[in-house]
Design a protein around this ligand. Structure first.
Ligand code: HEM
Length: 350
């Protein structure tokens, strides 16, 4: 069946279709936005060069240096969970803002402004109103622009390092390029990480035996369990591609210039690949799990997101067991946003 959304765009929900499209950037371009999007909106050599420049920021050795600071952040949030807390809007949003600020060297004083922004961004996504989403994106650019200006040749953190980075032809990045990169490193992902915390906290709260099994599990096993919970209920909804020529996806014809939508939550639950999509099988499903995408645009931030989630879950399980707060019912986000809008949880001491 060729499903089209209310804007006439072909929606791809099959795993095989997603893999075919994501691995054919010549036919399915990532230039879908009029805004400068580095690296998300680039194709070909420009995309490859940008990834070469930026991927080292996520190298494992660099991220491990961040770990002690993340552990402090996670531990500091644990006492708040003695009482019911919304795992998305409170725990997840606060942790994702603090973790991103720690990584990028941004001032703690920015926390409330960024939390306001995460809430506004989630509301705008929920509304499906493009003008509202654009206004929220513009507000984020203003926040980042002010940070970049304040740092011009001063700081010694990841933001300053990005500003000192040189391209293959030896120049430093223009300010609008830096703002675009920082937007793609944080703008969407503050909200995404908060939504991921909601899905993972819920997934653990309804699986008490899994929590017991993970307490002393090595990082790799904990990361695999988190990936599998995110596969079952992927809160990162979609990416787009624009066809560069008349083509076809599966049995569906696509005309040149048409936009197709990769619908990750459905792709990650495709029964042809995963059988029962609700069956928790981290080892079996790992290779086909597309929560972080696939192909040349595969998420470069995956190691950072995974480290942040592993550190948080480890801190929570060391302190107790997660339960849904008595008398509350988790609320789903409103499509097109994914995951939960609100999940109240508590941490029962062991
Ligand atoms: C929190 C969980 C996260 C999820 C579920 C997620 C998911 C994804 C997915 C599915 C893609 C593929 C996009 C496509 O095919 O067009 C992607 C790309 C991307 N992600 Fe993530 N991501 C997460 C966290 C992060 C973090 C923490 C960062 C950076 C700090 C990040 C930065 C990016 C960038 C820059 C791209 C574009 C890559 C490119 O176009 O080459 N992501 N992400």
């Amino acid at each position: 069946m060729c499903e089209r959304d209310d804007r006439g765009r072909l929606v791809l929900r099959r795993h095989a279709d997603a893999v075919a499209v994501a691995h054919d950037p010549g036919t399915f371009s990532s230039r879908v936005s009029a805004h400068l999007q580095i690296p998300n909106g680039l194709d070909g050599d420009a995309h490859r060069d940008a990834r070469r420049l930026l991927d080292p920021f996520f190298a494992p050795a660099r991220l491990q240096r961040l770990r002690p600071g993340l552990e402090d952040l996670a531990r500091a949030l644990v006492p708040e969970l003695r009482h019911p807390v919304d795992a998305v809007g409170e725990l997840g949003a606060r942790y994702s803002v603090r973790a991103a600020s720690l990584w990028l060297g941004w001032p703690a004083g920015l926390e409330d402004e960024l939390l306001d922004w995460v809430a506004a961004n989630r509301a705008a996504t929920r509304s499906g109103d493009r003008a509202r989403t654009a206004a929220v994106a513009a507000r984020f650019d203003e926040i980042v622009h002010a940070l970049v200006v304040a740092r011009w040749a001063t700081g010694a953190d990841v933001t300053a390092e990005l500003m000192a980075t040189r391209t293959a032809d030896g120049r430093t990045l223009h300010e609008e390029e830096i703002v675009s990169i920082l937007r793609n490193w944080t703008g969407g992902d503050l909200s995404t990480l908060a939504l991921c915390v909601g899905v993972v906290a819920h997934g653990l709260a309804v699986r008490p035996a899994l929590q017991d099994a993970l307490v002393d599990a090595p990082d790799e096993a904990l990361a695999a369990a988190i990936d599998e919970l995110l596969r079952i209920d992927d809160p990162f909804v979609s990416n787009r591609r624009r066809a560069t020529a008349d083509t076809q996806v599966g049995e569906c014809p696509v005309r040149a210039d048409e936009v197709v939508v990769l619908h990750w939550p459905s792709i990650n639950r495709d029964p042809e690949v995963f059988g029962d999509p609700d069956a928790f099988a981290p080892v079996h499903n790992a290779a086909a799990n597309l929560v972080y995408g696939t192909g040349p645009h595969v998420c470069p931030g995956r190691p950072l997101a995974t480290l942040e989630l592993v550190v948080l879950v480890r801190a929570l399980l060391r302190a107790g067991r997660l339960r849904l707060a008595p008398g509350t019912t988790p609320e789903r986000e409103t499509p097109p946003a994914g995951g939960f809008g609100r999940v109240d949880i508590v941490l029962e001491p062991v």
